[in-house]
Design a protein around this ligand. Structure first.
Ligand code: AMP
Length: 489
């Protein structure tokens, strides 16, 4: 008989590989480490738990990885001075569960037979644990629980001769989402998975090429935007310039639509579109789909602000700041434990009676995940005197977990996977509730709607349509079934 597998253990192991991240890399700049620290600071919204930078000075690699914010760890001259060299890659990270541990902080670094190799990863692999088990059977010793480490082992053990070929060989074995920045002794490499789920751009500063997750990381250092790294493209920077490869079979791209809804910074330009403008169009679509007679449109700051502006302009209702945010608290969601998350909401927002008293309020937020934030915010708005509260959500109901690098809880914790819109409305105690339709969301990014034969995004969190195999999960489901059988027998 199979030994019973604890369902709890499965659920936790399921969660622990999920990460939100931002990456940066630069080749040939005299202030490589300082520039990377600034780039990472601009990408801090993509991960606030830990940050790391690896540099290379032509002889040696240097490595600084810290738990905490970029500004708290990479602003001292002494730290930057330790990171010598004109080439650097960096990473900011947030992982969903478990204590933040230094061994998981990226960039990951390894000494291969042919020299050092560092990798920074934004995204999530959906077969990392399957690969890890396979590699462990043949002797690989893993130092972290980060899925990125599988890429390093696969590169190290590839039978191919040259580093780039070995790296490509490794990438052809992984599934899921990855925008990677990697560095060897001779090269800086930027690569996006064939679906292009996570963003990655190429830029230039004082003649030095650089990669970054978002264009806001270029603006902070006055760098020039060159272009997006294409889905499935690998760009290799050396002292001789740049070379581009397309080593994977061509696929229809599926960029993450939630980057537009919430994750990316509003001042970033992604795929040629301003994130801010897309969010305003989302608000306008929402106003057209679900109008409501009201006195004032109030955003849940900061995530609901652009959509609320778009809603107010389209509906011709005044926009006002009915909720004030305390900026000295991190994002509510980016707090590891449930109790802190609850506290965070109270710490972070306050109702502004001057705006809300006696008013019919349209409250706009970008998404409802567990429902915790909305429940508290609605109560806060009522406590500050609102006569009616009509909630409008700038995305469709979040019904499914993301396995590609956006932190979402498991499906059973997503309120929209358990309740209808009417039930959620009752639960959060609003007078009315409406979500944007999936077609409305596609219209906001400039398409006609969601059609199977038209360009598509990864919208799995709203549709359950996952664009890659979920190998680790199917393994997990099989184990779960075996465990239930074992329990029953
Ligand atoms: P909840 O309280 O779980 O419903 O969380 C909803 C709030 O979390 C919304 O106000 C969003 O702005 C924010 N949010 C949604 N998705 C994420 C995410 N992946 N990471 C951090 N915050 C998020």
């Amino acid at each position: 008989m199979m030994p019973p597998v604890s369902r709890d253990a499965l659920d936790k192991s399921d969660d622990h590989l999920r990460e939100e991240c931002g990456v940066f890399g630069i080749f040939g700049h005299p202030e490589a480490a300082a520039v990377t620290a600034l780039g990472l600071h601009a990408l801090q919204h993509r991960g606030q738990e830990a940050a790391g930078i690896v540099t290379y000075d032509g002889h040696q690699f240097f490595n600084e990885r810290h738990i905490g914010l970029v500004g708290d760890n990479f602003t001292k001259r002494s730290v930057i001075d330790r990171l010598q060299g004109t080439r650097a890659i960096g990473h900011v990270r947030y992982s969903t569960t478990g204590a933040p541990v230094l061994r998981n902080v990226q960039p990951l670094f390894a000494e291969f037979a042919g020299g050092g190799f560092a990798v920074a990863h934004n995204g999530n692999l959906t077969n990392a644990r399957t690969l890890q088990r396979r590699l462990q059977k043949t002797g690989s010793i893993f130092q972290s629980t980060s899925d990125t480490e599988a890429i390093i082992h696969l590169t190290a053990t590839s039978p191919r001769a040259h580093l780039v070929e070995r790296f490509v060989d490794a990438l052809t074995q992984i599934e899921g989402a990855y925008s990677l920045v990697a560095m060897s002794e001779k090269k800086l490499i930027g690569v996006r998975d064939p679906l292009g789920v996570r963003p990655l751009i190429l830029g230039e500063l004082d003649g030095a090429y650089l990669f970054a997750s978002e264009s806001c990381a270029l603006d902070i250092i006055g760098a020039k935007f060159i272009r997006d790294v294409e889905p499935g493209e690998m760009i290799i920077v050396t002292e001789d310039g740049i070379e581009t490869l397309n080593p994977f079979p061509k696929m229809r791209s599926r960029f993450c639509i939630f980057e537009y809804v919430y994750f990316a910074r509003p001042d970033s330009i992604i795929e040629g579109r301003s994130v801010y403008e897309v969010r305003k169009r989302i608000g306008a679509e929402l106003a057209a789909e679900s109008p409501v007679p009201a006195d004032v449109v109030v955003p849940v700051p900061d995530s609901g602000v652009p959509a609320a502006i778009g809603f107010a302009q389209a509906a011709n209702v005044p926009f006002d700041l009915g909720i004030i945010r305390n900026h000295y608290v991190g994002r509510t969601f980016i707090e590891p434990s449930d109790s802190i998350r609850h506290m965070g909401v109270k710490l972070k927002h306050n109702g502004n009676r001057a705006v809300l008293e006696g008013k019919k309020v349209v409250l706009v937020d970008d998404s409802i995940v567990r429902g915790t934030t909305s429940l508290k915010i609605v109560q806060m708005v009522r406590d500050a005197g609102a006569a009616e509260v009509h909630m409008r959500i700038a995305s469709p109901p979040t019904t499914d977990s993301c396995f590609y690098g956006v932190d979402t809880p498991e499906k059973s914790k997503l309120i929209a996977s358990r309740m209808s819109v009417e039930e959620i409305a009752q639960y959060i105690k609003v007078d009315s509730l409406a979500f944007l339709s999936i077609d409305g969301l596609y219209r906001a990014v400039g398409l006609e709607g969601r059609h199977a034969d038209a360009p598509q995004y990864c919208d799995a969190c709203f549709t359950g349509d996952y664009p890659t195999r979920l190998t680790d999960r199917s393994g997990c489901d099989q184990m779960r079934q075996l465990s239930l059988l074992a329990e029953a027998s």
